[in-house]
Design a protein around this ligand. Structure first.
Ligand code: BTN
Length: 320
C-alpha cells in the first residue's frame, strides 16, 4: 500500500471510513487497517473511532512534488531533481549516498523528507524533524575548484534561507555566524554543509537546511535554546515555503559558483545579528567585538589584544 496516497486522503483532517479509503485506493478495508502501524511509525496522530473511521485530527500540511515544481520557474525546475521521501535518517545522508559522477555540473539533486529519524545538526547535535512539521531539505551539486572555491559557501546557504523568509514576509530575520537563521532572538532554521567524494577537480557538496514551520511546543521539548516556527508569524503552506527556498538556493548558488562570496558581503552585513556585539567563542574562549566577516566567510573579532579571525568549524558563538 502506498502510504503517501493514504496520507493524502487523510490530510484534510476529516473522518474517512475504511471502506471509503479502500475504494479510493483500490484496496480492501483490511489493507487500510493493516497500514495503520506504518502511519504510527511515522508518528502521525491518527485517531480511529468506531462507526466514524480514521482521522488525523488537525489535518496534515503534506509536501507534494508536482505542486513544488509548478511553483518554480522553468529554468530552475529543468535543472533539478527532487526526491521526496516520507521518512529517512537524514536528507544529507540520502544525498551523500549517490556517487559523484551521477551529478551533472549544472545540475542540483534535492532531497525532501517529511520526517528524519536521525536528523543531524552542527557540532554533533541532533535536529528535531517530526512528521510534516518542518522542512528538511538537502541539495547537492558539484563545485569546481580547490578548497578556496568553498569559502563562504555555508554563509551563502544561510543567506538564501534568510532571503526565503524575508520574501515570504517574515520580519526581523537575521543570521548568527556562521549560518544559524533567527527571527528576533529565536532560532528558526539551521544549515549543515558537508563534503563528500574527493576534491580532485571538483567537490561534491551536500547542503542541508532544517526550517521549523508548524512545530508545536511539545515537538521541541528537547531543543536546548530559544526557537520559533514560521507559523508563529505567518500562515503558510510548506509547499510554498519549499518552492521559495529552492528558488533562493538555486539563484544564490549559481551566483556563488561564478562570483564567490564577495558578492554576498552586503547581504551578510544586512542580516548579521552579531555585528558590533561583544561575543565569546567556544570552546577556545576568545572574546571581543564582532567587526564582520572576511572574504573567506571567517568571523573577524576585535579583542583587547588585537584582531582574531575565527574560521567556521566546530565552534559556537555566544553573545555576552
Ligand atoms: C544546525 O543548526 O545545527 C544545523 C541543522 C541542519 C538540519 C538539516 S535538516 C536537513 C539536513 N539533514 C540533516 O540531517 N541535517 C540537515
Amino acid at each position: 500500500m502506498d502510504l503517501s496516497k493514504l496520507l493524502f486522503l487523510l490530510s484534510d483532517g476529516g473522518f474517512h471510513s475504511g471502506s471509503e479509503l479502500g475504494l479510493a485506493l483500490g484496496v480492501s478495508r483490511t489493507s487500510i487497517w493493516k497500514a495503520v502501524p506504518g502511519l504510527q511509525e511515522l508518528n502521525v496522530p491518527l485517531e480511529i473511532v468506531k462507526g466514524k473511521g480514521y482521522r488525523v485530527n488537525g489535518g496534515l500540511d503534506l509536501l507534494n512534488k508536482n505542486k513544488i515544481l509548478s511553483l518554480l520557474p522553468v529554468n530552475i525546475s529543468n535543472l533539478i531533481n527532487i526526491d521526496l521521501l516520507l521518512s529517512h535518517s537524514s536528507t544529507n545522508d540520502y544525498l551523500s549516498s549517490f556517487v559523484i559522477k551521477d551529478l551533472g555540473l549544472n545540475h542540483y539533486h534535492i532531497c525532501l523528507a517529511e520526517m528524519q529519524t536521525a536528523g543531524r545538526g552542527r557540532r554533533g547535535k541532533s535536529w528535531v524533524s517530526p512528521f510534516a512539521k518542518n522542512i528538511s531539505c538537502s541539495i547537492s551539486f558539484l563545485l569546481e575548484g580547490g578548497v578556496e572555491a568553498l569559502s563562504g559557501l555555508s554563509l551563502v546557504i544561510g543567506i538564501a534561507v534568510a532571503k526565503t523568509l524575508e520574501d515570504l514576509g517574515v520580519k526581523d530575520v537575521c543570521l548568527k555566524w556562521p549560518n544559524d537563521v533567527y527571527v528576533g532572538e529565536k532560532k528558526i532554521a539551521g544549515v549543515l554543509v558537508e563534503l563528500s567524494g574527493e576534491a580532485t577537480t571538483s567537490w561534491k557538496v551536500v547542503c542541508g537546511v532544517g526550517l521549523n514551520v508548524h512545530m508545536r511546543k511539545s515537538d521541541g521539548v528537547s531543543i536546548d535554546q530559544l526557537w520559533c516556527s514560521l507559523d508563529d508569524s505567518l500562515e503558510v503552506r510548506r509547499n510554498v515555503v519549499v518552492a521559495k527556498l529552492i528558488e533562493c538556493l538555486f539563484t544564490m548558488l549559481e551566483l556563488f559558483k561564478v562570483q564567490g562570496f564577495e558578492s554576498f558581503m552586503a547581504d551578510w552585513s544586512r542580516f548579521d545579528m552579531l555585528r558590533e556585539k561583544q561575543i565569546k567563542v567556544l570552546p577556545n574562549g576568545i572574546e571581543g567585538v564582532v567587526v564582520g566577516v572576511n572574504l573567506q566567510g571567517a568571523l573577524i573579532i576585535q579583542g583587547d589584544n588585537g584582531e582574531h579571525v575565527i574560521n567556521a568549524g566546530e565552534v559556537s558563538v555566544r553573545k555576552k
